[in-house]
Structures are given as C-alpha cells and as structure tokens.
Design a protein around this ligand. Structure first.
Ligand code: SF4
Length: 230
C-alpha cells in the first residue's frame, strides 16, 4: 500500500508539523498529475513497498516533534479496509492527527472515517466541471456524493482546485460554483507544467487570469476563505 514516506513536512497539514505517507495506485488519470510515480503501474512497480509496521514505528519515534500525518497518493481511499486499519492505529495507538488527500471517488469510506471521528482534515481535489469528469476517467456522481458528505464537516475540509487551463476555464468554474457553496476553505492551486502525467507543453494561466478566477470565487462565496496557492 505504501511506496513513499516523508518524515517531516511544514506545508502539507494546515497548522501542523506532519509526516507524509504516499500510497500507490489511482483510478483517475489527471493530465496535470505530478505524482506520476505513484499512478502508473510501470512507474511504481519497481518501487519497494514500505511495510505498515515500519511506518508506525517511525511515526512513534517522531511523536512529540510531529503533530499529524498526511495520507496522500495516488488515491489513498482505493485501499479501503487496509487504510482504515492504518488510520485507526495511527490515531489511537500513536495519537496523531490525520489528514487524507482524496479525489473524492469513495464517499462511503470517507463517510465512515468521519462518522468514526478518524479524520481531522480532508483535502478534496475538485478537478474540473462535473460534465468533464469522464475526461479524467472519473465519475462525478461519486464526487458529488463525497461533497455532500464533506459538507457536514466544513471546518475539517479544504476543497482544492488546480487551475489547469484545458480542464478549467470560466465555464467550468460556473458549473462548479453551486457545489462549492457551504464550504469554508477553497484553495486555488497553480498547475505545474514542469512535471505531470500528460500536460507538458500546456502553459499555465497568467497571474492576472489566476486573480480573475480568485475574484469570481470570492464574489460568489463571500463567507469562504479562498486561499491563493499561485
Ligand atoms: S492528480 Fe490525484 S487523482 Fe489525479 S491522477 Fe494524480 S493522484 Fe490520481
């Protein structure tokens, strides 16, 4: 399940020093994905698996210095029960806060985690307008269900939007806006043209274009905190 581990991060978990666990495999194919080595079989098949026990030991040793653990991927929720067990052990045996990064394709698992109070923070990538999810290999009805589940816990949720021009324009944003209502934290992220699955050669938006999207969001969602990550 785990192919990568970073012992210390100051940027992946809001207001917490954290460790980061990287799971492999993903059911989406976002052209702007920059975790290529965890998404394509030919890239991750030769990476060694890191045993869960080794991670747990490492986290125990770091306790006191870190306050949380971020589980990212790939798509962590593909690991279902095994992920559930790992989170339970980190939360209750070691006592660290948990953040999960997800594409939102497994609403049932996230709902269960939230009902069991296993998650302290969730970052959901809202990738494009609902009608364009098939272009990523995704099914928006699943993401829509996840958004519904997460809306019951807005204080724990950050919605992230990567501004990748071929999949995000003014019309896409318009289609996405109704689904963003009720969320408190929305982060607009820069698309990184240097390293990604298949988006090389696509120029990112200009600073001015980023700011225009920021302003549209701010005007539409005046009570939300819109974070500029560009
Ligand atoms: S960006 Fe996330 S959801 Fe998309 S392919 Fe990469 S790991 Fe999967």
């Amino acid at each position: 399940m785990i192919k990568g581990f970073r012992g210390t991060s100051l940027v992946d978990f809001p207001e917490k020093v954290s460790a980061v666990i990287y799971t492999y495999g993903c059911n989406y194919r976002c052209p702007f994905c920059y975790n290529i080595e965890l998404v394509l079989t030919e890239n991750y098949k030769d990476l060694p698996d890191i045993p869960d026990e080794e991670i747990l030991t490492n986290l125990s040793q770091r306790k006191g210095f870190i306050q949380g653990v971020v589980i990212t991927g790939g798509e962590p929720t593909l690991w279902g029960k095994r992920l559930h067990y790992l989170i339970e052990r980190i939360k209750y045996e070691i006592g660290l806060a948990i953040k999960v990064d997800t594409n939102g394709s497994n609403p049932e698992l996230l709902e269960r985690f939230l009902q069991e109070n296993l998650l302290d923070y969730v970052a959901l990538d809202f990738k494009t307008s609902p009608s364009r999810y098939p272009e990523l290999g995704g099914d928006f009805s699943r993401v829509s269900e996840t958004l519904r589940v997460l809306k019951n816990h807005p204080e724990k949720v950050e919605i992230r939007i990567t501004l990748y021009p071929p999949l995000f324009n003014g019309r896409d944003l318009e289609e996405m806006l109704p689904f963003l209502e009720g969320f408190q934290i929305i982060a607009l992220q820069k698309y990184l043209p240097e390293k990604n699955l298949s988006g090389r050669g696509v120029s990112p938006y200009s600073e001015e274009e980023y700011l225009n999207f920021f302003t549209v969001l701010q005007n539409h969602l005046p009570t939300a905190r819109i974070l500029k990550r560009f």
